[in-house]
Design a protein around this ligand. Sequence first.
Ligand code: ZN
Length: 287
Amino acid sequence: MLLGAIEAGGTKFVLATGTANGKILTRQSIATTDPASTMAQARDWFAGQSSIAALGIASFGPVELDRQSPQWGHITETPKPGWSNCDLAGYFAGELGVPIGFDTDVNGAALGEFHLGAGRGTSGIAYITVGTGVGGGLIVDGNLVHGAGHPEMGHLYPRRDANDRDFKGTCPFHGDCLEGLASGPAILARWGSTLSDLPEDHEAHELVAGYLADACHTVFACCAVERVVLGGGVMQTPGLIERIGRASAKAGGNYLPGRDKQEVVAPGLNADSGITGALLLAAGARN
Ligand code: ZN
């Protein structure tokens, strides 16, 4: 059975076909422009592939995940121009005539990593991406967490470093939430450079690592996940994941039960966590 997958991002859509066990067979990336052209281009690509039995979509958000809501499968109120109230799931269900699995991009990535990547063999993981924004997906006791909406770990408030009180943060909603302090744009706004271009002994490395470590500690403490998988552009900075691992263990203060199982790790699927998870969403799709 051939399945389709879309990782819908703010800058590109990754399209793929593959199998229910997450193996990607064909793939294509297209630029994210306006909704009508981007979705039509994706539809045309799938029309040129062998026919698929279901489609999984892991989308940037916020999105509506409540199956009872008439807005299910929509991107809801997004700051991205033109994309608010975009009915992604409805469009592809109509155009391709297949059942749709739908979730956030980061829940998709968490699903991919949980089954086939760095989370294999665990009871639960968080997947946090640190890039243009900061977002997190969550699997607890083997299940993706939705609840009221979906997790928004990028907007946790880390504890401000005692020597770092002045920078106000860049999140338009919260100022110095995690995204406002540790995303790529926050780092650029503050230090005029990407983290990887700053010298190894620059204070930015320890500060950013400390804020991300606070988020990891929070997730370990709240959800008792076994691993926090950290992906995204900022995480390509050499040494960053090691710094976060050390700071997260320190934040835990040798206290959390199960801490010997808890680790901060890089993705096992590299840049394919999201698109692989979208294939798994397709495998679980229902009408
Ligand atoms: Zn925020």
